[in-house]
Design a protein around this ligand. Structure first.
Ligand code: BGC
Length: 747
């Protein structure tokens, strides 16, 4: 490869090298940012473009590639990227939902099948995985990530990269993955999109970096820099971030692309004009400029003025050519343009069946006190609510390849899987009655909210009359899909209020009420929890949403999903996350509200409504006490911590057994506990199993003030349980080898 690229670069002019650094979006298909590129064909012909994105399909891709290889001077092929985020044309559940499966095999396979469809549609680059840790559900992009935990987030990040890239990038079924948004984008202040981020280096390393680092370790080919600032400097222009850390410390060898017009936006951040910012970004380690054309229009001048060197331009250009070479584009620029594959793979039976499985397995059973679920396949079921027969919102945010018209609605899923049960349906309410809301979320030209012209009271009356004839009500409520996602922050994260009168009227019928909730974020659900008998969080399940949710509702799949982001009681508790610090004045619920001068609110508890890791099953599980192989450990010994798990209920079911560790005394303040492992265990009714975790000093490590990843001897608490709050614990003292030897000698 080196020789090939050396030879090619010898033939390239400076302008052509700079041209490779230009990633354009011709628009007209889906514009994922505020601007699109003009005169795309002329630019490609002139060797001013390295890649394109924002569209798919061989008929759309091929003509551009033909211009590049046949009409530009050197015939260098283009990269074709797209936001393939959760499946491609077969849309899988949103990433936040997928993360609730805690199932790395499924997640990896979801990326693999997405890559098969993407490459069958002309693409060779996906802008995924999005691995931004988020502790603030007001931020709409929490939908695109894996929630709040760095350990789980890192596992998912690596699984996605493996799924997309496979073992060989030149294989026609694999694509370049792009881990994003580097870095810290999920920590926007107040959950407001594109807002400032400011945090300590310890927190960056401890909490926010692990998923990015995991992608790098898994060999991710590309990295996207984020819009936000990192330690005072916009990420796209931060040499510390993009070179010192990413390349020098972590060993990343691939290409860094900016987010959409991120170099241009540095001006608004306050770092100067486009020329200065383009030079800064390039010098920082950015290789490719998405849409903004700052590189294209200013780097030549900066080179003449000495603000950048030809070496830096060469390095960036080489990285882009290397990515193309790795894909095999120089051998065959049209290798992703196989129409036979398109016909065979896109929305094929296997992918749809897998989508159904994922949709079922992503569901989280939040409440089921009266065992109203699973639903019986007999009697009468009243299906109501604005999401019940809604097709438009099934894909979820960032499903550019997905055609909502091909999605299965919940009502269709229920009807097809209800056996002998009689199904009645009424819409009952709109997602919102506000035209203004509907317009505000209509992106990519799609209106997602159909407002029924009828009087809301009339709609409720119809639903109530119908509900009275039923044995159970299934109410499908929630957000429209674009109420989460990019630029979709909300300051109130409840179910949109126009749905409340319907629920109130349904409750008055006295019939059992099962809520199926669609959303792209954790919501505040205290009122709903108080009034409904059962609640299933369905997120957005993609193409097969309806059938998958029906599988969970009727028990063909026994729910085993666990939430990966904390559900707050009210928005005032946000940011809220399980691995918080203790503070100097920790508040204990037992102290009650008399406990003045403690870290707490006057008007709400500190505890979340649903803790991280929460999720019920149709069966019940009992945990024994935690057993440790030893309570005194030395240096690099291996500890085994175990519990006996018993299925005490009536159904076969799967439990995610979670391991947390806390380090109560350390040189820096540590979190109250951190997830360090988990196992998914399937048990038949009455079955018992010992679930054992192996713990080494690796699991005890943290970042100290010198940012070294170390463990310090002392006492540790090992927790095992069904979620981050309901755990059993045992204590262990872990000595250095020398201290352990000294103790043995003295004993
Ligand atoms: C988003 C990225 C996305 C890019 C290209 C931006 O607005 O922040 O996540 O990959 O657009 O569509």
């Amino acid at each position: 490869m080196k020789k090939f690229i050396d030879d090619l670069m010898k033939k390239m002019t400076v302008e052509e090298k700079i041209g490779q650094l230009n990633l354009i979006a011709p628009g007209g298909f889906c514009n994922t940012g505020p601007e699109v590129t003009k005169n795309s064909s002329e630019k490609i012909r002139a060797g001013q473009v390295g890649g394109m994105f924002g569209f798919f399909g061989i008929a759309n891709v091929k003509p551009w590639q033909e211009i590049a290889v046949k009409e530009s001077r050197l015939g260098i092929p283009l990269l074709f990227g797209l936001d393939v985020i959760h499946g491609h044309q077969t849309v899988f559940p949103i990433p936040l939902a997928l993360s609730c499966t805690w199932d790395m095999e499924l997640i990896e396979k979801s990326a693999k099948l997405a890559a098969i469809e993407a490459t069958a549609d002309g693409l060779n680059w996906v802008f995924s995985p999005m691995v931004d840790i988020c502790r603030d559900p007001r931020w709409g992009r929490i939908a695109e990530g894996a929630g709040e935990d760095p350990y789980l987030g890192a596992l998912i990040s690596a699984a996605m990269v493996r799924g997309y890239q496979g073992k060989d990038l030149s294989h026609p079924d694999t694509v370049l993955a792009c881990v994003k948004h580097f870095a810290l984008y999920g920590a926007a202040e107040a959950g407001r999109e594109y807002n400032t981020v400011d945090m300590s280096r310890i927190r960056m390393h401890e909490t926010y970096f692990p998923p990015y680092k995991a992608a790098i370790d898994a060999g991710v080919a590309t990295v996207m820099s984020s819009f936000n600032e990192v330690d005072g400097i916009p990420a796209t222009g931060s040499k510390w971030l993009l070179t010192d850390l990413l390349r020098d410390d972590w060993g990343f060898k691939g290409l860094v692309v900016t987010d959409y017009t991120a170099i241009n936006e540095m001006t608004a951040h306050g770092t100067g004009d486009l020329k200065a910012n383009s030079a800064q970004a390039l010098n920082a380690g950015t290789d490719m400029d998405m849409v903004g054309e700052g590189f294209l229009n200013t780097l030549k001048t900066s080179l003449e003025e000495g603000a950048v060197t030809i070496d830096v331009i060469d390095t960036a250009c080489r990285r882009i050519l290397e990515a193309k070479h790795a894909l095999g584009l120089f051998d065959d620029p049209f290798r992703y343009c196989d129409e036979k594959k398109t016909a065979e793979k896109i929305l094929c039976k296997e992918h749809r069946a897998f989508g159904r499985e994922l949709s079922a397995k992503s569901c989280v059973l939040l409440k089921n006190d009266k065992q109203e679920l699973p639903l019986k396949k007999s009697g009468t079921i009243a299906v109501v609510g604005p999401m019940a027969d809604d097709r438009k919102n099934m894909p979820g945010t960032w499903a550019i390849g997905g055609d909502w018209q091909k999605c299965v609605t919940l009502l269709e899923g229920i009807r097809a899987n209800a056996g002998d049960a009689k199904i009645l349906y009424a819409k009952g309410a709109n997602i919102t009655n506000s035209k203004d809301w509907a317009e505000r979320i209509a992106i990519f030209g799609n209106n997602r909210i159909d407002i029924d012209p009828r009087d809301p009271a009339e709609m409720i009356k119809e639903a109530v009359e119908m509900a009275k004839q039923a044995d159970v009500i299934v109410a499908a409520i929630g957000e429209a899909q674009e109420m989460s996602g990019e630029s979709a922050s909300r300051s109130d994260i409840g179910i949109p209020p126009d749905q409340r009168p319907l629920l109130e009227a349904l409750i008055k019928t006295g019939k059992p009420l099962v809520l199926v909730i669609f959303a792209g974020r954790p919501l505040t659900l205290t009122w709903e929890h108080e009034h409904a008998q059962a609640m299933l969080m369905a997120w957005f399940g993609g193409t097969e949403a309806g059938d998958g949710i029906a599988d969970a509702l009727f028990g063909a799949h026994n729910p085993s999903g666990k939430i990966t982001a904390t559900f707050p009681r009210n928005v005032g508790q946000v940011p809220i996350y399980y691995n918080h610090k203790n503070t100097g004045r920790p508040y204990l619920a037992a102290g009650g509200f008399d406990d003045k001068f403690k870290s707490r609110y006057l008007d709400v508890e500190n505890e979340p409504f649903y803790p991280f890791g929460h999720g019920l099953s149709y069966t019940t599980f009992e945990y024994s006490a935690v057993k440790l192989s030893s309570t005194e450990m030395s240096g690099n010994d291996t500890l085994t911590a175990s519990v006996t798990l018993t299925n005490t209920g009536k159904y076969a079911g799967e439990e995610v057994v979670q391991l947390y560790i806390s380090d109560p005394v350390a040189s820096v303040a540590r979190a109250v506990k951190d997830l360090k492992g988990y196992q998914k265990v399937m048990l038949k009714p009455g079955e018992k199993r010992e679930v054992a975790f192996t713990i080494t000093t690796e699991e005890l490590k943290f970042y100290n003030t010198a940012l070294e990843h170390v463990w310090e001897p002392g006492e540790f608490i090992i927790y095992i349980g069904t979620n981050s709050a309901e755990v059993k614990s045992a204590k262990v003292t872990w000595h250095t080898v020398a201290e352990a030897a000294r103790r043995r000698k003295n004993a």
